[in-house]
Design a protein around this ligand. Structure first.
Ligand SMILES: NC(=O)c1ccc[n+]([C@@H]2O[C@H](COP(=O)([O-])OP(=O)(O)OC[C@H]3O[C@@H](n4cnc5c(N)ncnc54)[C@H](OP(=O)(O)O)[C@@H]3O)[C@@H](O)[C@H]2O)c1
Length: 216
């Protein structure tokens, strides 16, 4: 698969490494070309000349940016991603007087549909810390890679991508389930903040039923 990753931080680096190891062709772009260069050198990905250039050359685009940057990035790549799969790996959190909080009325993924109406938005990878995006095994357990989306073909291709890096792919339903996926990530993040965790915890649903369409 030809994949562009936008954002060369913790998530961009971890996913670039996993995708390259799985045999995918990866281009990474970021605001600072030096960051993209450093990830490319460490992982075997190529450097994208710009967000738009990376997205133009890819079949699938992964957003590994803070969601606050989404409007700016969406404006740059909107034309390039028309009809393509865009994976939203972002999370949603704010900090108020009572500590970390989250607006659950909608989700980043659903807001992204408004920013990139011609793309097929799929939520994936957000429930995994970067450590487990790079290594899907935690405490000897293969972690789940939850995928939510409204376009069946786009979701199928992302489930295959998730499986290709060693995660257990789980189809959790339509894109609106991104609200719960962003909630799962919030819970894991706050548990690590409150308890001084080592950011290695991950989600595994035991006994998950197979989706109706693929059940034996
Ligand atoms: N860290 C995790 O374990 C984890 C796990 C799951 C999901 N997430 C989510 O994934 C996203 C990225 O997290 P992260 O930890 O990788 O953050 P990070 O380390 O801060 O990296 C974010 C990257 O996005 C780049 N960026 C920001 N605005 C950009 C723009 N307009 N164009 C191109 N690149 C831009 C940043 O560049 P600059 O350095 O120039 O700002 C940086 O390279 C966030 O939404 C986060 O909630 C994080």
């Amino acid at each position: 698969m030809d994949i562009a990753i936008i954002g060369a931080g913790n998530v961009g680096r971890a996913l670039a490494g996993s995708f390259v190891r799985a045999g995918h062709s990866v281009t990474i772009a970021s605001r600072d070309p030096e960051d993209a260069g450093s990830v490319a050198a460490a992982t075997g990905a190529r450097i994208g000349a710009s967000n738009a250039a990376a997205a133009s050359a890819a079949e699938v685009v992964v957003l590994a940016i803070p969601f606050a940057s989404a409007p700016e990035v969406a404006a740059e790549i909107a034309e390039a991603v028309a009809g393509k799969v865009v994976i939203d790996a972002t999370n949603r959190m704010s900090f108020g007087p009572a500590g970390p909080d989250m607006d659950t009325a909608t989700s980043n993924a659903e807001e992204l549909v408004g920013l990139l109406p011609a793309a097929h938005i799929v939520k994936a990878f957000n429930t995994l810390f970067a450590s487990n995006q790079g290594d899907p095994i935690s405490d000897g357990v293969q972690l789940d890679g939850y995928v939510a989306g409204d376009d069946p073909a786009a979701k199928a291709s992302v489930l295959a991508l998730v499986a290709s890096i060693g995660l257990n792919p789980v189809d959790v339903g339509p894109l609106s389930r991104a609200r719960q996926l962003e909630g799962l990530a919030f819970l894991n993040i706050t548990l690590n903040i409150v308890n001084g965790g080592s950011w290695q915890s991950g989600w595994k649903l035991v006994g998950a039923p197979a989706p109706v369409a693929t059940a034996a």
